[in-house]
Design a protein around this ligand. Sequence first.
Ligand SMILES: *Cc1c(COP(=O)(O)O)cnc(C)c1O
Length: 424
Amino acid sequence: MKVVLALALSAEALNVARNPNFAKLQGGYLFPEIGRRRSAFVAANPDKADKIISLGIGDTTKPIPEHILSGLVEGASKLGTQEGYSGYGAEQGMGDLRQRIAESCYANTNIKADEVFVSDGAKCDIARLQIMFGSGVTSAVQDPSYPVYVDTSVMFGQTGEVDANGQFNNLVYMKCPKENNFFPHLDEVPRADVYYFCSPNNPTGAVATKAQLEELVARALKDGSILVFDAAYAPFIKTPGVPTSIFEIPGAEKCAIEVNSFSKYAGFTGARLGWTVVPDALEYSDGSKVRDDFNRVMTTCFNGASNVIQSGGMACLSPEGKKEIDSLIDYYLGNAKILQGLADDLGLDYIGGDDSPYVFVDLKGHSSWDTFSTILEECQVVTIPGAGFGPGGEGFLRFSAFAPREACEEARRRISQIDIFKGQ
Ligand SMILES: *Cc1c(COP(=O)(O)O)cnc(C)c1O
């Protein structure tokens, strides 16, 4: 027995091969990398640790408002009573919540409750969509983009190795250039099976117009491809006439899936609640329904969102909850105005911040990681380098409005003093 134990302890590694797709992933996930650099700065400058302001990762900071909180508390309290107790729920979510999501968020569309799948968040749903798509599809992502679409495509083995530009073979990059308001020139984009598109966009803050979304849907329909539309920031849209769901575009129900989340406007980044809409009309080439396969994924790989948190979701979509959400969004958009002002102070162009919580600043040719480091070292403000979202983000810096008001004001005071952009 002792001998066996000693042998096991002396073994240097498992006798299990690493999934080769994981070896292809680049540089760790972006946000941990930002955290590492911040920790390294603090280790080298312990006296400045208290001064650090984060306009980085994009995590909400305001507490959950009263009425929404009462929904969470009610959900928790019910579990302590015999009458209120419930165990496993429907894997697709509570019927009432699915209904309320369909009515509140899809009023201008034909989306119905049974096309709404409630979940523990949009990021997790993107990964579950990938389980459904499998390794045989070709995916297309915006460049720059939220890293999850790329990294899950790599994990599921859809891509080849990374090239010298940091781009994966067999992944389509839809370059989103500044001069086109960060919308891709679709006529230059090769066909993919699945197009990932996020609006209001993380990281650029750009919001696609109705005409642009029509172009996107027309392209997906022409290609017979699936458009995965990430609407995690939809309620930040204040400009009249800008669609808040892809399903406001006619024909989208034949090509689109929409992922969504309570995270960024109800303070649910830690509570975890989102949903995905898979229209009944979406069919694969063999005539089978995409919705049925997604239902299979949700029943096999997920056991339904927490009943406590779903009770909070009901409160979010009540009239009082919606008011609370509006004021949270107003607060963060007020911060975004300050960050736009900061870009103005520096004489730099920016996009975003009107209908989105991100302000994406053009660094006039300066490298984004270098500028990230300068701002961290000289101003003790954490930002996110655009290059972390793909090669198309090089030369840009993302400021997040998810921070206390005073932190945004203080960051503006500090950063507007730096002189790297002077005389340009
Ligand atoms: C934050 C974010 C998400 C993640 O949402 P969760 O519901 O918290 O998982 C999804 N998509 C985008 C674009 C995001 O910025």
